[in-house]
Design a protein around this ligand. Structure first.
Ligand code: DHB
Ligand code: FE
Length: 282
């Protein structure tokens, strides 16, 4: 059976892509953010996952307001980046892991997560940027399965539901008939609000408590309703639902405890409180 080796989390912001493109990683504004990544890169280099299941939110590219699935799973041989243009000008397509896609889809639907299946799927910075941050040399050595969670148009799925989705994904990965190594990845958050009266809102105390909870008390944030999470983290900070799904996936299997490999928290980049995290399964 496939091995679920750990989970990663990172913020996504188009401006990060622009900084990579212009080589600004050592500039004072960017350094504290990019400095969080070498330990993750080293961990990936040592553990060498073959596949990444990416929990991310689309931002109106593949799904617009007229058709908005709550949960969607990619089942495409490749995923072309077609972002809004503020980030890296051209990104290589991500290679799909179609066999795992269909295994996930079958297992999720059997467990009553009625996901939308996407045999064609454009992806944006939320799906593409994390790989660029984790594999800065390019030529990603991983294939991917994107799992999209709606954080754009209400009603959004609850924190409890996202954690349960993550658990079902984790169980499915561990029951995949393959000798491959799989990591799960969360893209989004932490606290941020891009528009409205609270534009620029950041909640460091909540972010740090949330990050702490992921070590040993991962269900902590499931006590909050989506509206409470928006109040605490901002309208876009609710992207932290991805991190809950990622952690839910790790909470499966015999010894479901995790070891924190590394983490970094830095505010702000653009309007966002940024974090990066790597967790290893026991
Ligand atoms: C920003 C943050 C996001 O999550 C996003 O998707 C786009 C932009 C920002 O802070 O600029
Ligand atoms: Fe976003």
């Amino acid at each position: 059976m496939a091995q679920l080796i750990g989970g990663l989390g990172t913020s996504h912001i188009p401006a990060i892509g622009n900084a990579i493109h212009k080589g600004l990683q050592q500039e004072p504004y960017w350094k504290p953010f990019f400095d969080g990544f070498p330990p993750v890169q080293q961990w990936l280099n040592a553990k060498k996952p073959d596949v990444m299941v990416i929990f991310y939110n689309d931002h109106g590219l593949n799904f617009f307001l007229d058709k908005m699935p709550t949960f969607a799973v990619g089942a495409a041989p490749q995923y072309v980046n077609s972002d809004e243009g503020w980030g890296i000008p051209s990104l290589e397509p991500l290679r799909g892991e179609v066999d795992l896609s269909w295994h996930l889809i079958n297992e999720l639907i059997a467990k009553e997560f009625d996901v939308v299946t996407c045999q064609e799927m454009l992806v944006d910075h939320a799906c593409s940027l994390p790989l660029k941050l984790f594999y800065p040399e390019g030529n990603y050595p991983v294939t991917v399965v994107p799992v999209c969670i709606n954080t754009v148009q209400f009603p959004l799925p609850s924190a409890k539901r996202c954690y349960a989705l993550g658990k079902a994904v984790g169980e499915a990965i561990r029951s995949w008939d393959s000798s491959k190594k799989v990591a799960v990845l969360a893209s989004g958050g932490l606290s941020h609000q891009l528009d409205g009266e609270r534009a620029g809102f950041i909640n460091k105390a909540f972010d740090l408590q949330f990050l702490d909870s992921l070590d040993t008390n991962p269900e902590w944030a499931t006590q909050f309703s989506v509206h409470e999470l928006v109040e605490k983290t901002g309208t876009q900070g609710v992207e932290l639902l991805m991190w809950l799904a990622m952690r839910g996936a790790l909470a499966t299997g015999g010894g479901s405890s995790v070891k924190r490999v590394t983490s970094n928290y830095h505010i702000p980049i653009s309007n966002t409180a940024t974090a990066v995290l790597a967790l290893e399964t026991a």
